[in-house]
Structure formats: structure tokens, C-alpha cells
Design a protein. Sequence first.
Length: 398
Amino acid sequence: MSGDAGSFGDAALAAAAARLSAQGIRRVESYAWRDLDDAEAGGSELHADEIFRRWAAVGVEIVHRTSTRDAPRSFDRHGYRVIQRGGRYDVFPRVALRQLFRRRPGDTATIEIWNGVPWFAPVWAPRRRVVWMHHVHREMWAEALPRPLDAVGRFVETRFAPLFYRRSRFATLSESSADEIEHLGIDRSHLSVIPPGVHERFTPDESVRSSSPHAVVVGRLAPVKRQCVALDALADARRTVPELTVDVVGDGPDRALVEAWVADHDAADWVHLRGRVSDEELVAAYRRAWVVVSASYAEGWGMSLTEGGACATPCVATDIAGHRGSCVPGETGVLVADLADLGTEIAALLTDDARRHRMGQTAIEHAQGLSWTAVAARQLDLLAAQGSGASMLVGSER
């Protein structure tokens, strides 16, 4: 990010923190299903951490409450407090019941991270609250729960819970995600679109670019990400580009399925499962690739597309809410509406050096406009506005 952009973000963040403090708000309590060190942590958990560490740096006290698969524990991370307590599903009623019978401090504001299952915070925290909702799950419930529980989850998210949130302020990541939330019955005037940032570590380095066609697929190995569908498309692209190789970065519940795909297709010589990698290894994976591929069917924001773009690596991805915005179609990559065309589009971009280079350069420019510090400032200012009733100071809502 440029120095000017960084200085503006720092100043805006400090101003938002001062505005919050002037209202007597000293503490922010956040409620999220998963935490950053959960085995299935993904973009939502990274988003929360990048923002909270910056809020903490300007003196905001933050308590981040999540579930856990292990023994309960509390600890400090990046300047904010993390409390992991309660199982994957019982954490929701446990929090709600405790909050209903708790006297809420007057100096506390609330961030509710609605990831499929709501916390019903309007009931127990009616004031000074913002809901972060990255996307609507809808069909994802069929992947997460067996019948008929999937229908129950879908009903709660799309029909029942929105009745409690009519007056709530929502922050989401893209205009396409805002469209989805509006269809739940949330007034558009209550929706603020604040795209996520791209960390400064993601920069191009052509000296490490692979000398032969190479793709990268990044994300949790989970049904919604459809890594096996991406591999089907890449196998199709190899009919045109037989030297193509692929890195699959990430881990999760679908690892066995991805491993089985590799074995069934005798693809171990061209598909490499990297698992969870360090920040440095992730940057290297983007820089090495010629293209970032995503076959996901639901995203709040395609973070792998903008992270790869910051490394001058364009994308080929499904045309879904959440990919629109993280990819500028035809400029920073290609969005594909029909899965049957995904392999063809990958091959077309891999074999067009001039187009791929042009998209990579535009992708760098697109990513440079996304600063985590500026994002943190806009989110904090939005929260402060809920206490004062004023309009946001940092950036626009739409």
C-alpha cells in the first residue's frame, strides 16, 4: 500500500477511536462461531483478527467470544482478549441465556458476527451494535447439516431470525452480498458495504514465477469451496495445457475427498496438496502461480482472488456473490457462470500471455486500494455511529 494511503488509514482509525471514546464506550464485545486458530478457520476469522488487532492498537478494549472444540480457555492475541468456551452448537444458546440475565455495562458496544447461525443480539444488546454478515448461506445448509436439520437452519437464517434484525445495522463485504441480505428483508439503508483489506505482505515478484503453467487453489477444504470441482476444471484445462501443475493450499473436512480425487485421477504428479501453510509460503504460492482458481459456490468476499491479484496473479473463478467485487471481470480475471466452461476459461488465460500479464497488472492496482487499516477505521466509525446516531465519517456506505 502506498505511504499516503497508510497515513490516511492511521489518521482515520485514530479519529474513529476518539469518537467512540467520546461517547463513553471503552469496551467492544464480539461474538463469533469460530476463532482464528480453529482448524476450519477461514476468511471470516482472518477478517475479525485483522480488524481487532488494529482497534486494540488505538486503545479499544476488545473481548472476542467464540466456541471451541477443546477445553475452555482465555488468552490474549494481538492486543485483544479471546475467550473460547462452549461447543460448536451449544455456544449460541449459552451466550444468549447468559446475556439475557446479565446487566450490560453502559460502556460496552457489540459486534455480532452472523455466520449462518445468528446470536439474536437485538434481544440482549439492543443498542450500540453492528452485525457483520459476510454472505447468506441458503444452500450451504444442505452441506452442513443432514435432513431435516438443514431445512431448519435455512428457515432460521432466512425467515425467522431476520424478523429480529429489522432495525439493526449490518456491515457486509460486497454489493452482491448486500443484495442477498436485502432479500432477507433487511432494509438497504441499513446495509454498509465495507470490502476487506489485503495485507501488505502480498506483493509481486516475477523472479519466482513458475517457468511453466501453474495454478493455485486456496481456501478451506470444505464443501462450499468445491476444490474437487476446481480440480475437474483444471484436469479439463490440461487437455489444452498438458504441462499444467496445481498447488492446493488449505486444510479442512474435505481433505479426504480431495486426496481421493488425486488418487482416483492418478494426479499426484501434477496436483500437490500443500495443507495449511505459513504466511510466507502463501505469498510464495501466489507469486509462483500463473492463475488463481476458485470454484466456490458461496463467498462473502473472494480473498484468495485479491491476495493473488496483489501478487500480479489474475483469477478464473465462479460468477457468484462475493467473487463479484474481489474480481473485476475482464480486467483482473474471469468470472464463469457455467461450471462446464471453467476449464476452458482456465486454458484460455494460461495460453494468452499478453492478456494474463495485463490482468495481473490491473489486479495489483485493484488490490492497492484495499488497506486493512482503512477497513478497520471504517468499521470502527460505523460502530461509533450506532452510539451517536450520526452518519459515518469514514467512506461511503454504498
